[in-house]
Design a protein around this ligand. Structure first.
Ligand SMILES: Cc1cc2nc3c(=O)[nH]c(=O)nc-3n(C[C@H](O)[C@H](O)[C@H](O)COP(=O)(O)OP(=O)(O)OC[C@H]3O[C@@H](n4cnc5c(N)ncnc54)[C@H](O)[C@@H]3O)c2cc1C
Length: 497
């Protein structure tokens, strides 16, 4: 069996892993990057999650009701695919052009604490490294629903992006962030969408006024919600699929053309051979790490979704910083100072948030100050005016909640106008002064930029097209293992998407 010895082995081409491989490779460390699928160079975010879904959300929002749904969707998917192909090739090139980085195609599995076997068809490669970084991510979880496994009309968040024909009726099982994003997207593409969710209320961790605004927004697009319910059975018929939904003690059949299962994700750890290495996982299969992302085995780290932290790409990127710091610097960085992780639900308009919300802050025993303001009413927020979409109905509702400040309170903005933006920070490390700053212009700007997810993607698309013009380099065939590749003298590291 072929053997490879490197300083650092990275398993999985996720955000943290690829960035770490590039940084350490450029520092002259020998690095092996193992990825199990050539369709996943660059990881989940650029191939099947953040970027393609935002591209589709943007395309859906541009459709007018009179546009043919099937044609619009087909064109949107073609645009999505072209964008993703470019990003994937670029991600591959970024590592392929570093002399000290060896790219390996295959499925990695631990055979010892510092020893991994990579399988690609009949080929096997043994890799030994004193430092190993696990970045294998998560995949959609499959709930136990009668008929799900045999139905030809069931999709997950990856496969639904290429659903064909376009579903005129779509049932989404799961009303979490992923489910809602697809609900908004498919409603705008022209589907009649029904969301089935077991919670009594939508978005139970959000403040009620925000969750209600989201629900009203989606209902205005025609999305129907069946809350406090469970999908119990899925049955294909010749022309459609029937979902048996139990709600309020009785069962109701919902007929659709496709069913999207969006009931969460599970870590990719089951087949990693973690037992052979002695790497400990929790009861859900996530790898247990300390605040430096060290696993139970010295020299083995777990980064990104697989370590059970918040499942966002910027969090995976921050994991990279924490591990890199231990390789190249003092190792002071840790997850302990992550006090306010921003997030966005890419509805149209999007819902963005940073820090604690009121629902989380009140039980924490801190003083809470609440402020509410319509984004559409903010003079320095021209986007609603540019788009001609100031949502007068929500604007009126918002004006009843004129900005107010309570001495006891979380600072809060409610944006019933063009976009909903929550800014709450219960002090913590930053204290009240920092919390107040969240209410000022910079946060609103950040909200606006993140809110314009589609525009951001399209800007990037142009940049990438420019950068790649004239370049003949495409994806490199690395069927099994690839040695050092020539690096052009003027090649400069560029940030990953
Ligand atoms: C529909 C959807 C939309 C999302 N939108 C956003 C968004 O807008 N913004 C945001 O911040 N986050 C978003 N997320 C979450 C985001 O995609 C993840 O948090 C992020 O991609 C995590 O990446 P990671 O670093 O954990 O690794 P990943 O990018 O998941 O990479 C893991 C890699 O490991 C490979 N792998 C697995 N096992 C092996 C093995 N044994 N051997 C070799 N290779 C292996 C996999 O093929 C994969 O390429 C979204 C998620 C979904 C599902």
């Amino acid at each position: 069996m072929e053997q490879l010895e490197v300083d650092v082995l990275v398993i999985g081409w996720g955000k943290a892993g690829k960035t770490l491989a590039g940084a350490l490779g450029r520092e002259g460390r020998t690095v092996a990057m193992v990825e199990r699928s050539a369709d996943m160079y660059g990881g989940t975010c650029i191939n099947v999650a953040c970027v393609p879904t935002k591209d589709l959300v943007h395309s859906a929002a541009e459709r007018r009701p009179e546009d043919n749904a099937q044609q619009w969707f087909t064109q949107a998917v073609a645009g999505r695919d072209a964008l993703i192909d470019k990003l994937r090739a670029r991600n591959h090139l970024m590592l392929a052009e570093i002399d000290t980085v060896t790219l390996v195609d295959g499925v990695a599995r631990f055979v010892g604490p510092h020893e991994v076997e990579v399988a690609a068809g009949p080929d096997r490669l043994r890799i030994h490294a004193e430092s190993i970084v696990i970045n294998t991510g998560t995949v959609p979880a499959t709930p136990d629903i009668d008929g799900l496994a045999t139905s030809a009309r069931v999709y997950d968040s990856t496969s639904i992006q290429h659903v064909d024909p376009f579903p005129r009726r779509l049932v989404i099982v799961g009303g979490g962030y992923v489910g809602l994003e697809f609900a908004g997207m498919f409603a705008k593409f022209g589907s009649s969408v029904t969301v089935v969710d077991h919670h009594a209320e939508l978005m139970p961790r959000e403040d009620r006024d925000v969750a209600d605004a989201v629900r009203a927004l989606l209902q205005a697009s025609g999305v129907e919600f069946i809350m406090d319910s469970a999908a119990e059975r899925i049955t294909d018929t010749d022309e459609s699929v029937v979902v048996g939904v139990r709600a309020a003690g009785s069962t109701r059949d919902v007929t659709a053309d496709a069913v999207l299962i969006a009931t969460g994700r599970r870590p990719v750890t089951a087949d990693l051979g973690l037992d052979a290495a002695g790497v400990v996982v929790d009861d859900r299969g996530y790898i247990t790490v300390d605040d430096r992302l060290r696993t139970s085995v010295p020299g083995v780290y777990a980064v990104g979704d697989v370590n059970g932290g918040p499942q966002f790409t910027p969090v995976s990127l921050d994991d990279y910083r924490i591990v890199l710091d231990q390789f190249l610097d003092s190792g002071w960085r840790s997850t302990a100072d992550r006090v306010a992780v921003p997030s966005t639900v890419f509805l149209t308009p999007p819902l963005a948030r940073v820090g604690l919300n009121e629902t989380q802050a009140r039980p924490s025993g801190r003083d809470v100050l609440v402020a509410v303001k319509n984004v559409a009413d903010i003079a320095a927020m021209p986007r609603p005016k540019i788009l001609g979409d100031a949502r007068p109905d929500q604007g009126r509702r918002g004006s009843r909640h004129r900005p107010r400040a309570r001495r006891d309170g979380v600072q809060r903005r409610r944006a019933g106008g063009h976009q909903s933006h929550r800014a709450g920070d219960a002090g913590g490390r930053h204290g009240e002064h920092a919390a107040r700053r969240h209410l000022d212009a910079p946060v609103e700007h950040r909200g606006a930029e993140r809110g314009a997810g589609g525009a951001r993607v399209h800007r990037s698309r142009r940049v990438i097209a420019r950068r790649r013009r004239g370049s003949t380099a495409g994806p490199v065939d690395i069927r099994r293992a690839e040695g050092p590749t020539a690096r052009s003298p003027d090649a400069r590291p560029a940030p990953y998407r």
